[in-house]
Design a protein around this ligand. Structure first.
Ligand code: CP
Length: 344
């Protein structure tokens, strides 16, 4: 239990399932333009120390859709690290808003905000560590497409190393918590470290997830319901770009690899993608790619996160007092009450 959503490991299977369950009526309510104003007069500070399309846009739209406000703070806007400490920034920001989403090159920035801000902090991606909002969206997308979580087979090919393999590591963590199967192929140079592997295997022994970690991409795709990967080159990788290409290009998702998957297997990618690097255009733009449904689901996952982490029982009462609630809104309220009860 935590007031912040900065690390999936902080949450139990039941809590993660509740956040996922909430996305279903949130998406339905958004599509029907009938979401309740659960975050009326609440503000989310959106601190982006790096560029973003999906994360920034999804949080801002989610806050508006729930009757609140997203305050976008661009890279370079703050005094942070130049004229003001992280601690002072966290205290001031927390005194003026109801929650903070932060994207940073360093997890330590996000953890520091969480430590000193009295409001909830949501991790909008730490380049050197994790991307838990993306991982929540990805699990929801697989659930939506397949109707199940238990028994799902997700294959990942690429970097899972500490400090770089953000997507692979968080999806592995989700699998180990929620009990779906994760088949991972990484080269030994960019392989998940022993400490993380131990945590994953400990989680998996409780959830029943099967976690397979190997160097052979062909081995992990053969039973995949979904196949995904992560960027080979990215900001901060410039010094080792040549090595990364040499070592990670054999892990590219191309027609040859995708042809080894079952015919129902769908391709996922968190985007942005570099066609011709980690994935070919033929696969990502092909008929079994669901990357744009996945991207849209960022919004619906953020609706769940914003309501869960910024709202409280008073917000629910205000909505109830406004009267005439739809069945979908009643379902949202029931799930939110379950969530709030778990947090007390
Ligand atoms: N997937 C993702 O986090 O996209 P952005 O970098 O555009 O936010």
């Amino acid at each position: 239990m935590s007031k912040d959503y900065i690390d999936i490991q902080d949450y139990s299977k039941e809590e993660l399932e509740t956040l996922l369950e909430l996305i279903v009526p949130m998406k339905a309510g958004y599509k029907a333009r009938e979401l309740p104003a659960l975050l009326d007069r609440r503000t989310l500070s959106m601190v982006f120390l790096g560029s973003s399309l999906r994360t920034r846009m999804s949080f801002e739209v989610a806050m508006n859709a729930l009757g609140g406000n997203g305050l976008y703070i661009r890279p370079g806007d703050l005094h942070l690290g130049v004229k003001e400490t992280l601690k002072d920034t966290a205290i001031v920001m927390g005194s003026m808003c109801d929650g903070i989403v932060c994207r940073s090159p360093q997890y330590s920035d996000i953890a520091g905000l969480a430590k000193d801000a009295k409001v909830s902090v949501i991790n909008g991606m730490a380049d050197d560590c994790n991307h838990p909002t993306q991982a929540l969206c990805d699990v929801f997308t697989m659930y939506e497409k397949s109707g199940k979580i238990k028994g799902l087979n997700l294959a990942f090919v690429g970097d899972t190393s500490k400090g770089f393999g953000v997507i692979g590591r968080d999806l592995m963590l989700m699998a180990s918590k929620l009990g779906f199967n994760f088949y991972c192929a990484s080269p030994k140079e960019y392989m998940v470290d022993d400490e993380y592997r131990k945590m994953i295997m400990d989680n998996a022994s409780k959830s029943g997830a099967e976690i397979v970690i190997t160097e052979d991409p062909k081995e992990v795709v053969k039973n995949a319901d979904f196949l995904t990967c992560d960027a080979i080159t990215w900001y901060g990788f410039e010094d080792e770009e040549e090595d990364r290409f040499r070592i990670l290009m054999p892990y590219q998702v191309n027609k040859e690899l995708f042809d080894l998957t079952p015919s129902h297997c769908q391709f996922m990618h968190c985007l942005p993608a570099k066609r011709g690097e980690e994935v070919t255009a033929e696969v990502i733009d092909g008929p079994r790619s669901i990357v744009f449904d996945q991207a849209e689901n960022r919004l619906h996952a953020e609706l769940s996160l914003c309501a869960a982490f910024l709202g409280d029982e008073k917000d629910i009462k205000n909505v109830e007092e406004s009267g005439n609630l739809s069945e979908n809104t009643k379902q949202i309220i029931t799930i939110l009450r379950k969530w709030y009860a778990m947090q007390n």
